[in-house]
Design a protein around this ligand. Structure first.
Ligand SMILES: NC(=O)c1ccc[n+]([C@@H]2O[C@H](COP(=O)([O-])OP(=O)(O)OC[C@H]3O[C@@H](n4cnc5c(N)ncnc54)[C@H](OP(=O)(O)O)[C@@H]3O)[C@@H](O)[C@H]2O)c1
Length: 337
């Protein structure tokens, strides 16, 4: 009898581990988020229907796609970013592809760097629909420059925009949510909010700051169990992020934009985000392999993670110095624009 159990275990345990290994190879999110997504997208859509969602950075990339998918779910939207014409384009597209009507989408231009305007913007947003259910702090910019060559003003602006701008909007919306006793604040951080990457010292610092802020805020709000504080940590996703990144000097544009095709499609990233939001997932890791492996390596085997990061990092810096796309250290063909 004992011998049968041992034989069965000898067979089942490797099979179990093999199944997990195969699942992991094809995974594009952490296990909690994938489990939530197993329940399907339809239930998530149903939970988001009718909710009022304020999206910053809604004029392009992830924020734009969030607007489209949320509109199709039937959420009412407040779209914010600096470029009003782009927000109006996103609004038109939302209206054409959903059952929403004009009054269900408010275009509310705002600059995350202009903190003095945030109180007024939040008042307008809350008054328009009477309340806000979900704030998605998505607006932000990245960086492509070596620390030794980067002006401190770039670091200052990255922190002012990605960190303080986000904190400022959050502080305007949070009292409204604590009063109502419900709401979600979802912040788009990054894989570099958990780990680090060369050419992104200031960007990574700003995302680490967000992780620290929201992880602390979450535990400060334990008296409000219906308020969700969630951070989203995507790996590379198709968007305008590299084109819009800061460089060595504040007004110097990026000259080399890499190939997007090996990055995660924006629609898949946003779909996973919405499943996570609808299911109250507090931290979401969203990335294709081999990037997802890095999240686990950084979490569980940092010494190994440092070794691999340094190897890839050296290649990234070499590419950058040669005027090539830095990301060709990770992806296939570099493309110079
Ligand atoms: N794509 C990726 O690979 C990736 C990976 C990890 C994390 N993320 C994060 O995802 C978020 C969205 O980025 P994305 O990839 O979608 O890049 P994106 O296409 O460049 O979109 C960035 C958005 O932020 C807005 N924005 C920039 N500066 C702003 C300011 N001063 N005030 C208000 N809005 C501002 C932009 O709109 P305006 O120019 O009209 O203001 C735009 O809508 C960012 O927080 C980024 O850090 C992206």
């Amino acid at each position: 009898m004992d011998c049968c159990i041992v034989s069965a275990l000898c067979f089942l345990i490797p099979v179990y581990l093999l199944v997990h290994f195969v699942c992991f190879i094809f995974a594009d999110a952490d296990f909690t988020l994938l489990l939530a997504s197993l329940a399907g997208h339809k239930p998530a859509e149903a939970k988001l229907r009718g909710l009022v969602v304020w999206i910053t950075g809604a004029s392009s990339g992830i924020g734009e796609e969030l607007a489209y998918q949320l509109a199709r779910c039937g959420s009412r939207l407040i779209l914010s970013a600096r470029r009003e014409d782009e927000l109006n384009r996103v609004k038109r597209h939302c209206l054409e592809n959903s059952d929403l009507e004009d009054e269900h989408i408010l275009v509310l231009p705002l600059d995350l760097l202009e903190r003095t305007s945030h109180e007024e913007k939040a008042k307008t947003a809350i008054q328009h629909f009477g309340h806000i259910d979900i704030l998605i702090n998505n607006g932000g910019r990245s960086q492509r420059s070596l620390c030794l060559e980067t002006n401190v003003d770039v670091y200052k602006t990255l922190m002012e925009l990605n960190f303080l701008g986000t904190v400022s909007i959050t502080k305007q919306v949070l009292p409204h949510m604590t009063q109502r006793g419900t709401g979600s604040i979802v912040t788009v951080s990054s894989v570099v909010g958990l780990a680090g990457a060369p050419l992104a010292t200031g960007y990574s610092a700003s995302k680490h700051a967000l992780q620290g802020f929201f992880n602390s805020l979450r535990s400060e709000l334990t008296d409000h169990p219906k308020i969700l504080i969630s951070t989203v940590c995507p790996g590379p996703v198709q968007s305008q992020i590299v084109k819009n990144a800061f460089t060595e000097e504040l007004n110097k544009p990026v000259t080399t934009v890499g190939n997007q095709e090996h990055k995660m499609p924006t629609s898949r990233c946003v779909r996973l985000m919405l499943v996570g939001i609808a299911n109250g997932v507090k931290e979401m890791w969203i990335a294709q392999q081999p990037f997802l492996l890095f999240y686990y390596a950084w979490q569980y085997t940092p010494t190994f993670a440092w070794a691999v990061t340094n190897l890839l990092g050296r290649k990234r810096v070499q590419n950058f110095k040669a005027g090539l796309d830095a990301d060709s250290a990770y992806f296939s063909k570099p493309k110079t624009s």
